[in-house]
Each structure stands twice: as C-alpha cells, then as structure tokens.
Write a protein that binds this ligand. Structure first.
Ligand SMILES: OC[C@H]1O[C@H](O[C@H]2O[C@H](CO)[C@@H](O)[C@H](O)[C@H]2O)[C@H](O)[C@@H](O)[C@@H]1O
Ligand SMILES: [Ca+2]
Length: 556
C-alpha cells in the first residue's frame, strides 16, 4: 500500500511545542532526560493538543551552549539514548499524528568537533599535503577583519575573533569563542550541511528549525548579517529539501527587523524558508501589557511586508533563550528592563532570562491574555515546554539555563522528571514555594478542570476548530482606546473578531465595525450572542485583561 502524501502546507495550521530532550523526561533514572523518557510522554503532548514537536539540539556536544555547540551532526548525545531510541520515538510520535522537527545548527560547530580539531593543524599538513579541513572555518592573521559585525553574546565575548594557539591564527565566531563559525564560502562546508540535514530527513524528521541563519557569510565593509550570499546558500538548502524531501519544513531563526526577516521566506518561485520566527512582535506583546497601550503591536504588524503564499510566521512568547530585546529601540529596551528585569540577575546579553509565568507575576489573567493574542495573531504558535503549566525559573543557574529546568510532572521525587534525587538531575528541579514542582505540576493540573493546563488545551481545541486562525488575513479595528486591541481574521467566508484588554482595570472601547453592520458577534467558547452591530461605533466593556474570541454571524 502506498503512503498518502502529507498535506503540503501542514505547518500553516500546526501548533508547535519546543522542548529539550535533556530536561523533559528521564527514562532510565540517571537524572538526565532521554528519548525513551520523551516517548513515554507523547500521549501527554497529544492530549495537550499540539501538532509538531521542535527538539532542541540532541547531538553529541560538550554542552557549553546547551547543545548548540555540536561535535557530531549525525549522532545522538549518549546521555539522551541511541539512534534506535530516536527511531522508536519518531515512530511513536508519528503514530500519534505528531510531527517532529530537529534543530539544524548551521553557523558554527563546537571547537571540539573533529573538523575544527583537524582545521587547527593549519593549511598544510606536516607531510606537505593540503589540510582540507583548515578551510572549513574562517581564519585571519590579524583578527582585525569584519570590524563592523556586532558581538551577540555581549556578556561573555569581547571580540568575534579568538587566537588559536596551535595554528597561530585567529578564527571567527559570532557566538561563544568555543563555537568557531563554519566557512560557508567553501562548497564542501555547504555540502556537509546538506548531508547532515539529509541524515535526519532520511530517518523521517519532518524538518528543521535552522539556527542563527543570518550569519553564514562574512564580507568586509558590512555588518556580516543577511548578506545575499547567505540567502543563496539557504535557497540551496530549500531546493534540496523540496526536491528530495517534499513536504518537510524549514523554519528560520533570523532575529531581525521586519524588512530583513521577510527576505528569509524568499520569493514565490524562488523560495527560501517555509516559516520565520516573528521576533519583532514578541517583545511588543510584553511591552503593550506593561504600558497598557497596544499601539506598538499594531505598528510592528503593519510594518511586516507581505510574505509568499507558501509562507507562515512562527509566533512565540518565550523560548529557551533570553527574551531577546534586539528588535526594539534603545528607549523600548530601557523600558523593558525596568518593567521586567527588576533584579540585575534577570538581564543577560541583550535580553531577559525569565520564564513566562514569572514575567507576568504569575497572574493567570495576564498569562491567558498574552496566550490568546499569541494564538489569534497570524502565524503558527510555538509553546515552550512547561509554560502550559506556568513553570518558574531559577536565577541561580548560569547563562540561560534558569529557564531550562526539568519539566514538572508530579509532586513526587524530582517532580516526576526522574527517579534520581533532585541534586542528581542535570539541572535541579524548581522547588521554591510558588513555582516548585510540589505546587506546579502536570498531574495536579490534569485533575483540576480550571487549571492553566486544561485552559490551554481547551483554547487549542477552539483554535483548531476554526481554520481561519491559521489561514485568515488580519485587519486591525479602531477601538478609540489604546489599551484595547481589536482585530478581525477572515478566511473562506468566516470572520472572527478578537478583542483584548491589555489594561489592569476595566476599559470601555468603541469599535469601528462599519464594515460588519448587521452581523452578530458570537463567542467561540459558549456561543453567547452579543448585540448586533449597528451603524456607528460598537461599544464594548471589558474587565481587566479580558479577551473575547467571537465569530461574526449573519449576513454581511
Ligand atoms: O548557537 C548559538 C545560539 O544560537 C541561537 O541564538 C539565538 O539566540 C541569541 C540569544 O540567546 C540571539 O541573540 C541570537 O540572535 C540568536 O541567533 C540559539 O537559539 C541559542 O540558544 C544559541 O546559544
Ligand atoms: Ca536518562
């Protein structure tokens, strides 16, 4: 029997769930999450209502950047299991209708990768033959080139060049100095990347989130971001995927301004990525909440150029990194730090290393508000593991690891993450009185119909029931009140009206719904009928952080 072809644009209606295998579920009791543990939790993910899992890097690595320092592109880190464990996991995920994407770390390797170890021997080997690996990386005699490229990990690095003592040259690195950048001007490097992707695609993964794509190529006199040659290489990756693995997904991590990020979609007949993260809107959701003014959301969404018909945005509130403040103005960044990072330990690089619930003072109404806006804006939402139960963070852990603590499954030993004691876990499970696993865990929330987890699952059901969320166009509605955001989503004869109050007290607004006179808003949850839309402004009264998801019924 031949297998049915996958729906080609499945990603447009998918809800994604980002997780780290290392901190999700430990199957063998050694304190480290693994593939057998994750496989055992697939029913939970299916019940939650997500469609596609994005796995953070799971390759062999010295783990100096949580696995983004790859030492072997075609193996599994031994802590996480074996390739056979991975195959079983993938089969079981697919059997449940869950898709799986990996994380393709393109820009750099670990300094411990055998390619870099070989490269350090210099351009010529002792026997006089050329060292083909030397040219896998970017070298300089002086370390003075590309001075206009910014430093990304500002808290750790002072230069994008480091001296390699053994070969007496400087090597280029956009991130940590233990992550040398690959030389994408070398066609062999391009082929190595394609082969790494093929390896996992052959095993059946549904695609990749592709890491740090703006930085592949360096050119003197530029900031070494978003260069045309970088786009050429990425279009080559897409061509390979479309030709050899049609239906698989490429999602770009390009933390850039709207005008630059849209370039990563490519063009209708010359495509690049199927999806790109909407980095610009993310901090503005948080900013709007604190300012009780949604103007910046409307402005940035209005600034997003159109995307090709195959394209879809990936929207998110939090992820495994800091809440990045690269895509805001200096004034906005200062506001965000003052509003959301009162303790200096919360700041890292150009961002804030906190999880969703603590950022929002563990206020259920604010968590619901931002989540509903995330689910209702154009794009496919990505949930970060643990945020569906309101997990907290641990500021005593270094780097961004405070937002990467073990998933809290129960009130049992180590929060049900592992049978090992908390101090033997890869990161200690959170045990504080507010966010600790004794209080915040899946088991108790599964039993509580009004828990955040149950609410999240119901909201995802609602979203799935209305394909307009995935495919509809977006029109902002004037409300006469900047704290109240209103927009419609329209597709295939269905119109949704979404209204959200970003203020911490009740608000009145007057919606300009002239285009919809005669129609009746009906809430998606519960089916309550609101007054019919008449001539003139449509008044709404909203309690603090209230939101309405309604469908406009009746003739237009
Ligand atoms: O592999 C290096 C890093 O790559 C991604 O980084 C992104 O995160 C940075 C903030 O932590 C951000 O400023 C940058 O624009 C991104 O490319 C990855 O998500 C990181 O975890 C990783 O360290
Ligand atoms: Ca384990």
């Amino acid at each position: 029997m031949t297998q049915a072809a996958p729906p080609p644009e499945w990603y447009k209606s998918a809800v994604f769930y980002e997780l780290s295998v290392r901190t999700f579920a430990d199957g063998n009791g050694d304190g480290k999450g693994d593939f057998p543990g994750l496989t055992g939790r697939l029913d939970y993910l299916k019940d939650l209502g997500v469609d596609c899992l994005w796995l953070l890097p799971f390759y062999p690595s010295p783990l100096r950047d949580d696995g983004y320092d790859v030492a072997d592109y075609t193996e599994i880190h031994p802590d996480l299991g074996t390739l056979d464990d991975f195959r079983v996991f993938l089969r079981e995920a697919h059997a449940r209708g869950l898709r799986v994407i990996g994380d393709l770390v393109t820009n750099h390797t670990s300094a411990e990768h055998p390619w870099f170890q070989a490269a350090r021997r210099g351009p010529t080997l002792p026997d006089g033959s050329p060292n083909e690996y030397h040219d896998y990386y970017v070298w300089s005699e002086t370390g003075r080139e590309y001075a206009e490229a910014r430093i990304i990990f500002t808290d750790t690095e002072t230069s994008n060049w480091s001296l390699d003592e053994s070969c007496g040259k400087y090597y280029w690195h956009r991130f940590f100095s233990h992550q040398p950048d690959l030389n994408f001007d070398n066609p062999r490097v391009q082929e190595e990347l394609l082969n790494a992707a093929r390896f996992w695609l052959d095993l059946g993964v549904d695609g990749f989130r592709v890491d740090a794509v703006p930085y592949l190529i360096e050119r003197e006199g530029t900031n070494c971001e978003n260069l045309p040659e970088t786009h050429d290489i990425l279009r080559g990756l897409r061509r390979m995927v479309d030709t050899e693995y049609p239906g698989r997904l490429l999602l770009a991590e390009a933390n850039q301004w709207p005008e630059d990020v849209v370039e990563y979609f490519g063009h209708e007949h010359d495509p690049e990525f199927h999806m790109c993260f909407n980095f610009p809107v993310m901090p503005r959701l948080f900013m709007s909440l604190k300012r009780e003014d949604t103007t910046s959301i409307r402005e940035i969404m209005g600034r997003l150029p159109g995307i090709p018909s195959f394209g879809q945005w990936a929207t998110f509130l939090r992820n495994h990194d800091e809440l990045t403040l690269e895509m805001v103005t200096d004034e906005e960044r200062a506001f965000m730090y003052a509003a959301y990072a009162p303790d200096t330990r919360m700041k890292i690089n150009v961002g804030i290393r906190r999880r969703l619930a603590p950022l929002l003072d563990n206020d259920r109404r604010r968590i619901e508000l931002l989540t509903t806006v995330l689910f209702a804006l154009p794009g496919s939402p990505i949930l970060y593991y643990g945020d569906e139960i309101g997990m907290g963070d641990n500021l005593t852990l270094a780097d961004r690891n405070g937002v990467r603590t073990p998933m809290q499954w129960s009130a049992g030993v180590s929060g049900g993450f592992s049978s090992a004691a908390p101090e033997q876990c890869f990161y200690p499970p959170i045990q504080d009185p507010v966010y600790g696993y004794q209080r915040v865990n899946v088991t108790s929330q599964e039993r509580d119909p009004s828990s955040l987890l149950k609410w999240m699952s119901r909201q995802l059901d609602l979203r799935r029931a209305h394909p307009v969320f995935a495919h509809g166009d977006l029109t902002f509605i004037e409300t006469g009140n900047p704290a109240v955001l209103a927009f419609t989503r329209q597709h295939d004869g269905e119109t949704l009206l979404i209204i959200s109050n970003f203020a911490g007290n009740a608000q009145a607004a007057h919606l300009d719904l002239a285009e919809h006179v005669g129609r009746v808003p009906v809430t998606l949850a519960g089916g309550s009928h609101f007054p019919a839309i008449g001539e003139g402004p449509y008044p709404v009264l909203m309690g603090k952080y209230d939101y309405y998801w309604t469908k406009l019924t009746g003739v237009r």
